[in-house]
Design a binder for this molecule. Sequence first.
Ligand code: ADP
Ligand code: ASP
Ligand code: MG
Length: 407
Amino acid sequence: MALIVQKYGGTSVGSPERIKNVAKRVAKTRAQGHDVVVVVSAMSGETNRLVALAHEMQEIPDPRELDVVLATGEQVTIGLLAMALKDIGVDARSYTGWQVAVRTDNAHNKARIENIDDAKMRADLQDGRVVIVAGFQGVTADGNVSTLGRGGSDTSAVALAAALKADECQIYTDVDGVYSTDPRVVPEARRMDTITFDEMLELASLGSKVLQIRSVEFAGKYRVRLRVLSSLEENGEGTLITFEEDENMEKAAVSGIAFDKNQARVNVRGVPDKPGIAYQILGAVADANIEVDMIIQSAGSEGTTDFSFTVPRNDYTQTIRLLEGLRDSIGAIEISGDDSVCKVSIVGLGMRSHVGIAAQMFRALAADNINIQMISTSEIKVSVLIDEKYMELATRVLHKEFGLDKA
Ligand code: ADP
Ligand code: ASP
Ligand code: MG
């Protein structure tokens, strides 16, 4: 008998029929003799609806109150799933994040889980019940409701699996595993039986939304056995995230491609080329809690220098406003930018031992006339910033170039 944490995402609980389908799956796992803790998301579209409602009240919704509103989505599904389970004779009990309690820091809308009290869950499991926990939410030390950032139910599930020392954490979604790229964009994408933790971490951080980045980080830190599977198909092993690299396996240079539209480019032109100028500009952006990703500094004319960097698209307007306010003190000639850009990245452990991968990427993009605005690399990835209208084309071209299309 094992202890299994199963997480069902928005589409998987998107209608009463789908919730009943989840109940059947949970019942089946119970019937196999396993203890089950289930984490559910809000019904698909619900969190977006709640965000839109909040924006009707305030241009920038109050973060604490936004969490009060957002957390309601998951509260509905936990109750409904408990009913569906009881209806088919499976004893179950639902808990919100604060009832458990899932303790987080105070960063409303993007809170981090600090610790989880497993007493209630263990007592229920002991009594033979299925435990259902609302994903995406927790409670701060002061008793305020918090949420974990979009896609955060994945992180709730992995954190619960870590706290309970579960044998496996299964992420059920609307695709049957992790693919070489988003199968909705590239139909030729291939499902992988396994993917290494390092590659999954890169893909998630570069925009593959199949797993929230923090869930992968948690799995790595606590060595949670993590698997992605379909909630809509009867059988299938899905994709297992592995921690061991198979030394004997010949690795393809590129194993996956990610893309991210949540990007904007900011340009600061003609600032004096002197020590401290990068800090004056980027330090001010960081102080406003805005995350800077790619950065380029290049020589301008007559003792000046130019900066270009990327920020999340939601923070674009605020970043431009902030820099306009600093314009005189930093002595910039021009502040401009573009919020219709995207980042496309190739990822693969095999890049460590293959040379010329970046050049191959640039050549393939050039052949399709796709202009590269910025580049960043690490040991196992190369990212380019391009015009957002070429995002899907670039992904398809690179998928083919690196031999990822299924036969
Ligand atoms: P859920 O609501 O179950 O959490 P998400 O929409 O958050 O589901 O994540 C699943 C989606 O992730 C898939 O429908 C797919 O479009 C997208 N996706 C992006 N990259 C990948 C990838 N490499 N492999 C599989 N799915 C991916
Ligand atoms: N319901 C939340 C969202 O839509 C959390 C999740 O689905 O993981 O982002
Ligand atoms: Mg998700």
